[in-house]
Design a protein. Structure first.
Length: 565
């Protein structure tokens, strides 16, 4: 297939771009296979490069001899293009519609990108399962890396290397996988060093209406329990929903067969409702003409912050169970691809300070989302401005990023990265130059040779000159567990993401830049003080050795005596 087939008008002159809080820009619009490019004719020769993949919907409005295109982007920004010719307006709109909806993943821009920067670190190798297992070396006596899923033959959505109990052989795991939805058997997600407890995740068991058993699954789940130990199975579905699933072949663990485990239902809405909530919330955020009461009513009816509250509450329950109650936890919903990953990853943000660093957070996303099989391709195919028929889209990863931001704004000094880092990750999940968030799982990425044919996002972000723009100037390493509040007054709408097209973020960004400068100046002064102290100490030692001083000037006990000379 050739991209030229979809490009009806490759170039249009005298196009005017309107953007929030930015001066209008006039120039030449070029439609390429992957980008809309607008080049201005002004002295500084400003350019706009917009990936077709970032366009959620395009609307055209003809007036007189010309027309206006409204481009609604997946990152919630809205752009307006005034095109002088009605025919050109129609043709450009048609081209964008076609080019932004190409199904073949290998025709996406990451497969065509040739990096203009030196790749210092191969992001594809930075967070391998073997590397990550070293983080849990304290539990290596009881856990091991299994390659039972080599060539993805046991579970199509799991990676080839997985962390499983040492006491359970691969044949038992294979049989247990057949008893779990999609083959997603329980695997190690996190090891709590202080309480010596583990967090596991899986999909629902296939008990069905007749209460079917699987001794291999029971052995796998029970194997992590020592004598007198207990654990919690956190089901992210309401009990009524789990019973309906059981009637359809799914189900939940019966406590009679898992005697050391107690099942707790922590209801979180299913992924289908997340998309509807996002659409309603963005509609409310873009409605600048509403009164405050009406705006708050729209926001509340979207239920977006309700989802955030439910997810954070469940993550806190998991974290509390491990840290304070000292029990191991198994988390699952239905498929184990969405709410399960939300809870398992947010629990680690709360418990582990390493996950609040840049490298640790990237590793968490790799381990708990990308390698764990969250279907980014279908979940992030469309955003808030597209009403689709498939209904497979869902802003699950966005909810994770939002929940992290909620914790971040409650503990602004405990995260090494800034708010901008979270925004960047959200944007790349929906539209990117890089291959990190492509495809639905490791099997698909392996088939498409993503690691060989595209550049990792981590290779770009982790370059020092890039990463410095995403560091938190207020960061002070915090080794302790942090407990976010889920009270209504503690959860707020993320202005820097959802309202950046309505509220100018420039003043806030300038304030953060000023804070960064102050902190850097403070570091510089501290460094100078340390240097001067070392010089003073050196001079004192030299003076004492020559008999000029009898006591160091820096001595705090008595006043130093200086010989007259």
């Amino acid at each position: 297939m050739e991209f030229v087939e979809f490009i009806k008008t490759p170039m249009v002159n005298s196009v005017v771009l309107h953007r929030p809080f930015t001066p209008d820009m006039e120039g030449t619009l070029c439609v390429t296979g992957h980008h809309l490019i607008l080049s201005s004719r002004c002295e500084n020769h400003e350019e706009l490069w917009l990936l077709h993949d970032n366009i959620d919907s395009v609307e055209k409005k003809l007036s007189g001899s010309g027309g206006t295109l409204t481009l609604k982007c997946k990152n919630f920004l809205i752009l307006y293009l005034d095109i002088p010719s009605a025919d050109d307006c129609i043709n450009v709109a048609s081209s964008i519609e076609s080019l932004s909806n190409i199904d073949d993943i290998t025709l996406r821009y990451p497969f065509f990108l040739r990096p203009m920067f030196e790749v210092l670190e191969n992001g594809w190798q930075a967070f391998s399962p073997e590397t990550e297992f070293n983080r849990f070396k304290e539990c290596s006596e009881d856990w091991r890396i299994s390659y039972v899923n080599k060539d993805f033959k046991v579970c199509s959505t799991y990676p080839q290397a997985l962390f499983v109990p040492k006491s359970v052989d691969d044949d038992t795991i294979t049989k247990a996988a057949a008893f779990r939805h999609g083959g997603r058997f329980p695997v190690l997600s996190y090891y709590h060093k202080d309480s010596k407890t583990v967090l596991m995740r899986s999909s629902q068991p296939l008990t069905g209406p007749n209460g079917k058993r699987c001794k291999e699954d029971e052995r796998l789940v029970n194997s992590v329990m020592g004598m007198g130990k207990r654990g919690y199975i956190i089901d992210t579905r309401a009990q009524s929903v789990a019973k309906v699933a059981q009637s359809k072949g799914g189900g939940y663990e019966l406590e009679a067969h898992y005697p050391q485990w107690r099942r707790i239902h922590q209801p979180i809405e299913r992924r289908q409702s997340f998309h509807d909530s996002l659409i309603k919330m963005i509609e409310a955020c873009n409605d600048s003409n509403s009164s405050m009461d009406k705006w708050l009513s729209k926001l509340e009816s979207s239920n977006w912050l309700t989802h955030v509250k439910d997810i954070l509450t469940t993550a806190c329950v998991v974290a509390q169970s491990m840290d304070k109650d000292g029990v191991s936890v198994l988390v699952h919903g239905s498929e184990g691809l969405d709410t399960t990953l939300l809870v398992s990853s947010l629990s680690q943000i709360i418990l582990d300070h390493d996950c609040r660093t840049v490298t640790g957070f990237e590793a968490l996303i790799e381990r708990e989302w990308i390698q764990a099989g969250h279907p980014f391709r279908i979940r992030c195919n469309k955003s808030a401005y597209a009403i689709t028929k498939q209904r497979m889209e869902s802003p699950v990863f966005l909810l994770f990023i939002d929940c992290v931001w909620q914790i971040w704004q409650q503990f602004p000094c405990s995260f090494e990265f800034s708010e901008r880092f979270l925004v960047i990750l959200f944007q790349h999940a929906y539209s990117s130059n890089f291959g990190t968030f492509l495809c639905n799982n490791e099997a698909e990425r392996h088939k498409c040779k993503v690691a060989e044919r595209t550049v990792s996002l981590w290779s770009f972000l982790n370059r020092p000159e890039v990463l410095q723009d995403f560091m938190n100037p207020m960061y002070e390493p915090n080794q302790t567990v942090i407990w976010p509040s889920v009270a209504p007054q503690s959860l707020t709408v993320w202005t820097g993401l959802y309202l950046r097209g309505v509220i100018n973020q420039a003043p806030q960004e300038e304030a953060w830049q000023e804070i960064y400068k102050i902190r850097e100046y403070d570091k510089e002064l501290r460094s100078k003080v340390s240097k001067l102290r070392r010089q003073l100490a050196s001079l004192e030692r030299e003076a004492i050795s020559h008999g000029v001083l009898t006591t160091p000037l820096s001595y705090t006990g008595e006043k130093a005596s200086v010989e007259n000379s």
